[in-house]
Design a protein. Structure first.
Length: 157
């Protein structure tokens, strides 16, 4: 499995949701069309695992968090950027999502959660804010809509 396959899959998902508002309806749509019961979600999990093993995914690590921007906005996923992060039992800094955040929680152990979301898709609406938290091993694959100028990480993700 390759980075090209990862980009293609995420491009398909981004194309599907590009014109949808970033809200609870989008979360429902993602979980129905691209959710854990679908082959695409299994592919996403496998591609994340392969990408980490091959070194093109989550190439950075700080404070027990592995992370990396895989796709920049304006490339394969229109106005979305794609980041992949792996955390375990960590409370992250408080931050705001000016344009919202869309993510897939990939559980790496039984009972793993990201911000109380089990495996599957989540959506934070524009303007939402929180401390990122997780229990056990979890790997969120995040789409961040980039319709405005990017600020510091604490403000834009």
């Amino acid at each position: 499995m390759s980075q090209t396959q990862f980009e293609s899959l995420l491009s398909d998902i981004a194309t599907d949701i590009a014109q949808m508002p970033v809200d609870a309806t989008l979360q429902t749509h993602l979980n129905q069309r691209w959710g854990t019961h679908r082959n695409a979600f299994s592919q996403l999990k496998a591609l994340c695992k392969a990408g980490e093993q091959d070194g093109w995914l989550m190439a950075r690590e700080m404070g027990g968090i592995k992370f990396g921007r895989v796709i920049k906005p304006g490339t394969h996923t229109a106005h979305f950027s794609v980041d992949v992060v792996r955390m375990k039992d960590i409370k992250g800094p408080h931050h705001v999502h000016p344009n919202g955040e869309i993510g897939a929680v990939i559980a790496l152990s039984d009972g793993a959660k990201f911000d109380d979301f089990s495996e599957g898709w989540y959506v934070y609406e524009a303007g939402s804010a929180h401390h990122r938290t997780n229990r056990q091993r979890v790997q969120p694959c995040r789409y961040s809509p980039r319709r405005a100028r990017r600020g510091t990480r604490a403000r834009s993700n």
